[in-house]
Design a protein around this ligand. Structure first.
Ligand SMILES: [Zn+2]
Length: 253
């Protein structure tokens, strides 16, 4: 027994060593092949690509710098008012951010596509505009945000919303983090034009001019009722603000 074992001692070692090398080599090549396969196919299969996360703090600043204004237009799109707002923005070469309600986007995909084609940005404004959303469960908040994101992205033909604005500003730490993880920066405002309450064109203009020193992000609406005062106020404000050296841009992300 001992002799037999001893007799093939060196041979056994060499074979064992050779076998070990072979196994190691084979093992390594399998691993390399798997890594290669994963590396080459995974990003292609994972469509649509996961959005890049952004900051979860509420943005107010403008990418357009010190004299930059962020025009934000909420609650649409609406077949009567959104085209009128788009015409004015084109006339004065102004870019804006449209905070869309999911069901509105779903009902008017042609308007969502027009907004995107004109170079404006999209913002997720939830599915059903519940201003008490911050009191609801995380499950509810998640559904409101993610369903609207999907509705808007489908309506636009694949262009994703870059911001999330809670209806009535009803953000929660949870909703901000969720939106940010989907590449949608929580978006606040500095100046509420109060156009939604229809105080008269003069009053809307006066509110914007009075409050503009408090920050660059202005809130207007292109849906939710008769917006003729909003359209008229924009018709006068846009050239006036440009004359004063303001530029129009997008909120920071
Ligand atoms: Zn709103």
């Amino acid at each position: 027994m001992a002799r037999h074992s001893g007799g093939r001692g060196w041979y056994g070692k060499v074979v064992g060593a050779a076998l070990g090398v072979t196994l190691l080599t084979t093992g390594a090549s399998i691993w390399t092949a798997q890594a290669g396969a994963l590396g080459s196919t995974e990003p292609e299969k994972a469509a649509p690509a996961a959005p890049k996360a952004v900051s979860a703090t509420i943005a107010h600043a403008s990418e357009a710098g010190e004299r930059g204004i962020n025009l934000t237009i909420d609650d649409g799109p609406d077949p009567v008012w959104t085209p009128q707002v788009l015409d004015l923005l084109r006339e004065y070469r102004v870019k804006a951010t449209f905070c869309m309600v999911g069901t509105q986007a779903q009902a008017h995909p042609e308007l969502v596509k027009k907004v995107v084609a004109a170079g404006h940005r999209l913002c997720d404004h939830s599915v059903s505009h519940n201003t008490a959303m911050d009191k609801a469960s995380q499950e509810y908040q998640s559904k409101q945000i993610l369903d609207a994101e999907r509705m808007i992205t489908e309506a636009s033909g694949g262009v994703r919303p870059m911001y999330y604005r809670a209806p009535g500003g009803a953000f929660t730490p949870y909703s901000r983090k969720l939106a940010a993880s989907r590449g949608m920066r929580p978006l606040g405002w500095n100046v509420d034009s109060k156009d939604f309450e229809r105080p008269g064109t003069e009053a809307i203009i006066a509110t914007v001019e009075r409050e503009l020193p408090s920050g660059p992000t202005i809130l207007f609406h292109d849906a939710g009722g008769d917006r003729s005062q909003t359209v008229e106020a924009l018709r006068r404000l846009l050239p006036h603000l440009k004359e004063q050296g303001y530029t129009f841009g997008f909120p920071v992300r």
